[in-house]
Design a protein around this ligand. Sequence first.
Ligand code: KG4
Ligand code: ZN
Length: 365
Amino acid sequence: MVPFLRILGIETSCDETAAAVVERDAEGHSKVLSDVVLSQLDEHSAYGGVVPEIAARAHVEALDELIEEALARANVSLADVDAIAATSGPGLIGGLLVGLMTGKAIARAAGKPLYAVNHLEGHALTARLTDGLSFPYLMLLVSGGHTQLILVRGVGQYERWGTTIDDALGEAFDKTAKLLGLPYPGGPAVERMARDGNPDRFNFPRPLVGEARLDFSFSGLKTAVRQAAQEIAPLSDQDVADICASFQKAISRTLKDRIGRGLQRFKAEFPVTGEEPALVVAGGVAANLELRGTLQALCDKNGFRFIAPPLNLCTDNAVMIAWAGLERMATGAAPDTLDVQPRSRWPLDSNAETLIGFGKRGAKA
Ligand code: KG4
Ligand code: ZN
């Protein structure tokens, strides 16, 4: 038996304003009662990226109504929730302030405990909500702001095994798209173009492939794409398609090497876990079908379960924040006090060294 818990979650760390209500019953069955997300994509697309000030204002304008809607859709009132969970980092400080202050105000007014949640922890624990996964497992987070391979040992117990030393993977997609004249966000556009392209036309670099460390690097790849594009300019549609396909192939190969090593390390450290080991993927880049295929094949080869939560729970949402709060509350962890502060940088693994350039955009997870 576990305690029945119902949590209201709030997410405002980047360009999605989100609120959700999640519960888990005494038998351990979890349920998403509501999941409301308002994307600010339209507000930012003209600028080719997220503009922090615009994001913060948009959160202010939308959040109260979104929370009301999340409660209404869940058919509950504030009196019916056991705690409030709000993202307090990492992310854009303006947005974090909006969400955390709102969370504090509601917690105070309704007399409920507040959990200040690490956004990355939300991503890390989602697979326990969707697939009932048990610890330990590996998580690959690939989004616009992060590229990390994380060992998830337990609630609050994370070890960063690898991270990018320069650009995040989503950022590499976005920058490549931009220099090829494709729309923002770049990932879906690059993937679409790549379908008609020749992946073998350009031999783009695969940085760090072959190295024992589990880190990633994508800025050299972006530079190589720029050079190739400049050499053959003006670009025909076929040229763009070929560049996109070759770019994705280089990334697939890189992931195969890096993650393949990660899976081997996991097997060496946890020879017997009681069940099949698992790799979970999260973040917007996880939408990419070619990369998913690469990871699925890699997992099949290494005897791992490959778990990709549904896309709406892979990208930024408040369900994962509510769930992380719920998991923390269920461990008996004390709630945060109302003087908890937002943190634009907040590594999941506090022992992990900061790598040069890591998280320089720091805004998105
Ligand atoms: O997790 P997410 O929605 O937002 C944050 O970064 O917080 O991830 C967005 C990133 C963007 O960089 C976008 O270009 C990338 O995910 N992305 C993709 C695809 N869909 C979104 N990258 C590659 N292929 C895709 N299909
Ligand atoms: Zn995120």
